[in-house]
Write a protein that binds this ligand. Sequence first.
Ligand SMILES: [Zn+2]
Length: 275
Amino acid sequence: MVNALVAAAGEGTPSQIVAGSIMVPGTVDNDNARVIQVPNLPSLTNFPLQSVLEERLGWPVLLENDANAAAVGEMWQGAARGYRDVISVTLGTGVGGGVILDGKLWRGAHGSAGEIGHATVDPSSGLKCKCGNIGCLELFASATAIVRMTREGLSRFPDSELKSEELTAARVYEAGRRGDELALSVFKKFGTYLAIGLASLINVIDPEIIVIAGGVVNGWDLFADHMQQEVNERAVRATALQVKIAAAQCGDNAGLLGATRLAFVRQDAQNSQEL
Ligand SMILES: [Zn+2]
């Protein structure tokens, strides 16, 4: 795929390339340049992706977790520009997170810092997560969760327009904008659980800003007020009132921008913004 892209970019491109950067949706061991665990791509487990790519491509290659890269992208070009203590939470099929402390990406001692999606928010739900735990945040605050919670609520809202729809998170959002009661209740529940996760993050990290990313951000007006209110009630109040919670600005490009930025920074040791 890389070779096809380089060929498409035209003559002269190969000599201008200084590095490659690849993001994976899972845990990465940065020291050993190895993928540790990717629940959705099990064949990559323990695979030395970086060295294999470096050998094939002939450039230095950087390996990073996708949510970490998205956090860097939002700090470089998006909603977190100018901030030094940043948490980014990406709500997609699952829920990913990235933590930047004092301008530096915080990967943790074992490469899995920021895995907010697998924080327990409802142990009594009985819902089992892919990670093996019960009641993880991503079972309540992802696009997948919106569809499931809508389906579960259909019997309680017999007049909902969603009854006859093939469900997607985008359709639930559109129905909510038209005032559909079921859609509104789903986004409220979504906001409550997201706030439970965010309040814990605020209490532990005390960031300047939390950036919420992913396709679900399109439904911002349906859950943001409720989420903020719940955060104010659940986190240490004086802190909660000061932490900014904002929608992401880079869209699907956040990870790409972050990947690029991380490669630039590694290439340029003189750069003062060490990540
Ligand atoms: Zn989980």
